[in-house]
Design a protein. Structure first.
Length: 290
């Protein structure tokens, strides 16, 4: 009996973690509340949500407000133990992924060397671009040392969470390159996620990788060329998405789905369907007396 109860709890943990990992951006808290109501074990749900929530926030570059400044939670500024650092203000803090609150701020020592000057210049140029082109965009530039090599990662995040409409969307990208003489290879990864849930459950995920070699002469020149490259690739990605959406014209939908699905141009009344099904089930289970 004890082994069976332990197995059931392990199955619960596996199911809870699987559903939490599938949480669309901006909906993690709602999924936690729904699971608590379904599983009826708030302690277990919150325990697993605190663990999975850390990966969820870092994977989605979740922005938080601290000291009137926006900081992105990523794998690149994770110090371990749910502690992150802000490369701009040079301090670290703990973050509770379940309650979404910060605590225990302290100075995070950063040497103002040549690499840090490059990072600050890149951040300034990227911040100006993001503020101008993204209505609700945020960015951070991080620096990592791999031996004698200086590595930089620039992260961009922009989202529109409108659950009352009801839809949520996230646009993010990260750009990685090493600070090497004369030229460097810049690699970028895009990810766009959209969740539409009005009388439906539609998930759209689009990703793309790009790469380009840029000249490295001085900080100002490279920051300008880097931002120009990011802007060009952002524009290409945006145009490609719009073209793909336009390609799904009414003719294409009709040719592919007319014979498979009825085209009524009306929403499915799921509540009525469930009530009818419930009535049919009750009638079929009713014994008719002679």
């Amino acid at each position: 009996m004890g082994a069976r109860q332990e197995l059931c709890e392990l199955e619960k943990v596996s199911l809870i973690c699987s559903l939490l990992r599938q949480s669309p951006p901006g909906e993690f808290g709602q999924v936690v509340r729904d699971l608590s109501a379904l599983v009826r074990d708030d302690r277990l749900v919150r325990q697993e949500a605190a663990r999975v929530g850390a990966c969820h926030n870092q994977n989605n570059f979740t922005p938080i407000q601290i000291n009137r400044r926006t900081v992105l939670l990523t794998h690149y500024n994770n110090l371990g133990g749910n502690r992150f650092f802000d490369p701009q203000d040079k301090f670290s803090f703990e973050f509770d992924h379940l309650r979404r609150v910060t605590s225990k701020p302290q100075l995070h020592g950063v040497i103002l060397d040549e690499g840090e000057l490059w990072r600050e210049t890149l951040h300034k140029g990227l911040k100006a671009y993001v503020s101008h082109h993204f209505p609700a965009g945020n960015c951070c530039v991080f620096r990592k040392s791999l031996g004698k090599r200086q590595m930089f990662v620039a992260c961009i995040e922009a989202h529109q969470y409108q659950p009352s409409n009801p839809w949520n969307s996230l646009w993010k990208s990260d750009w990685t390159f090493a600070l090497t003489p004369f030229t460097t290879q810049v690699t970028g990864i895009f990810l766009l996620q959209i969740h539409y849930f009005r009388d439906a459950n539609l998930h759209v995920t689009v990703s793309k990788s790009v790469s380009e070699t840029l000249n490295v002469i001085d900080r100002s020149q490279f920051a300008t060329d880097f931002v120009r490259f990011v802007k060009a690739e952002d524009t290409k990605f945006h145009i490609a998405i719009l073209e793909n959406i336009q390609a799904l014209s009414q003719d294409i939908w009709e040719k592919n789905l007319r014979k498979k699905l009825p085209v009524t141009r009306t929403f499915m009344n799921w509540n009525k369907l469930l009530n009818d099904q419930h009535l049919n089930t009750n009638v079929s289970n009713t014994e008719v007396l002679p």
